[in-house]
Design a protein around this ligand. Structure first.
Ligand SMILES: [Zn+2]
Length: 466
């Protein structure tokens, strides 16, 4: 049986400052090496000061993943030399004196399958190495320490996955969960990274490191399973090793360095005391936690009678659920949900489009109300929505500007139907012998009215008139 385990690194991008100093956690907007200070550079005489909010957010993640949270947490130094690590050690967590990482033994459900979480630890991110140069020969490596010391949560799972698809589903659910908790923005470059352990029946465990995106993680796991199966079928032993993901060639390659835990010479970080997290604090954090995705979904289904699939899409995406929460009333909830999941999704499917969108919850409410009162058709609503997302403005102005108002009077609609009947004699004959083909004529009327006619009224009148 194939066994896959994950180590996911998630940046706490919603925090103001780094894990042990007051430099900005959002390092992305700075010129290289300007978001640094003596603490995150590890200069002699500097002392780390733990960011309380980071501990709270990490504890929230642990609670959301059903983990045990210990009474006291401790930090350790993980020693290694690498250009991206200015202190020559990383401050991280480890369970050697009992459970002292922010979370232990949790679970996350992926459909019917339970994925066990081994532990969750809080640590600092190293700096970034940037490779430049066209070929390997003239390549240079630049170091940017702006990221060094930013808060990172590592989520380690048991080897409970059996195929790349389960891995992908888990990562989707996890990234929705973290976004919903308001601890991280997974869409930011580098905000979520992962390593994977892969082994097949009868083979040793291989660790894949250096996978920069979730998309590549699935590919890397898939490649590694195929590679191991191919070795196995030729009776070549699979050696236990660390491999790196080469994202240009899309393969895993054996890595020259291979560290064991012992090589890291872990020891307690003496500059940070053990931190007590008492029950009172945990209770407070629980009350501050946003409603979970599964609870939201259930509420949408039971309270508003929204179909399961629609409720699922709506609840799992924070952008959509925020819009829904602020736009719906008891009467229009289903309509608002419908507009978001059928018409809006295609218009705001990237981070950039969402940032540029001029749509406000009040617009959505107005559009839903206007559909329900018969002021505009669903089709016109779609056109209005497109315009509002692009330009903003008021719905009534857009209805006038684009001439989207419904054709509500029977006499006006009858005239258009009469014209259609005279233009389409063949279709009329067909509709008489085969009533199902009448939809063709409904479509023609819709075209003529630019979608402003009520489809039901059109159908009723057509039936009467042919
Ligand atoms: Zn700093």
């Amino acid at each position: 049986m194939t066994k896959i385990g994950l180590e996911i690194h998630c940046q706490l991008t919603k925090l103001e400052s780094k894990l042990f100093c007051t430099c900005k956690a959002n390092y992305r907007e700075f010129e290289p090496n300007t978001n640094i200070c003596p603490i995150c550079m590890g200069l002699p005489g500097s002392l780390p000061r733990l960011n309380q909010k980071a501990v709270e957010k990490a504890t929230m993640i642990a609670m959301a993943l059903n983990c045990n949270t210990p009474e006291k947490i401790a930090f350790f130094r993980k020693n290694y030399f690498y250009p991206d690590l200015p202190k020559n050690f990383q401050i991280t967590q480890l369970n050697v004196y009992g459970d002292t990482t922010v979370g232990g033994t949790g679970t996350l459900m992926v459909g019917e399958k339970k994925i066990r979480i081994t532990r969750i630890q809080l640590e600092e991110d190293p700096g970034r190495l940037i490779y430049e140069g066209s070929s390997e020969k003239n390549q240079i490596t630049l170091v940017d320490y702006n990221r060094a010391g930013t808060p990172l949560v590592e989520i380690v799972t048991e080897p409970d996955f059996e195929n790349p698809k389960e891995v992908r589903e888990f990562l989707n659910i996890l990234s929705d969960l973290l976004e919903n908790l308001d601890v991280s923005d997974p869409s930011l470059e580098g905000a979520m990274r992962a390593d994977a352990n892969v082994s097949i029946e009868g083979g040793n465990k291989v660790e894949i490191k250096n996978i920069g995106s979730f998309h590549d993680l699935e590919k890397a796991v898939h490649f590694e399973i195929t590679r191991q199966q191919s070795l196995h079928s030729r009776d070549i032993p699979i050696i236990q090793e660390t491999r790196h993901w080469d994202d240009k060639r899309k393969i895993t390659v054996s890595s020259r360095s291979k560290e064991e835990d012992l090589d890291y010479r872990y020891f307690l970080e003496g500059d940070i005391p053990w931190i007590k997290i008492n029950e009172e604090t945990k209770e407070k954090l629980k009350t501050e936690m946003p409603e979970s995705i599964s609870s939201k979904k259930q509420r949408y289904i039971t309270k508003y009678n929204i179909p399961t699939q629609v409720a699922e899409v709506l609840s799992s995406d924070k952008f959509y659920s925020n819009l829904f929460e602020n736009a719906h009333t008891k009467e229009n909830a289903k309509e608002v949900a419908n507009i978001i999941t059928t018409d809006l999704m295609g218009l705001v499917d990237t981070r950039e489009k969402r940032a540029d969108s001029k749509l406000k919850p009040s617009h959505l409410k107005e559009i839903a109300d206007s559909i329900q009162s018969g002021k505009i058709t669903r089709n016109s609503a779609k056109n209005a929505l497109y315009e509002i997302v692009k330009m903003g403005g008021s719905l009534s102005d857009i209805i006038t500007k684009l001439d989207l108002g419904n054709i509500t009077t029977e006499s006006e609609l009858s005239k258009i139907i009469e014209l259609t009947i005279s233009e389409e004699p063949l279709a009329v004959e067909q509709a008489k012998s085969n009533p199902q083909t009448i939809n063709f004529l409904v479509g023609k009327v819709m075209q003529k009215t630019k979608g402003k006619a009520d489809p039901k009224l059109t159908l009723d009148l057509l039936k009467k008139m042919i």
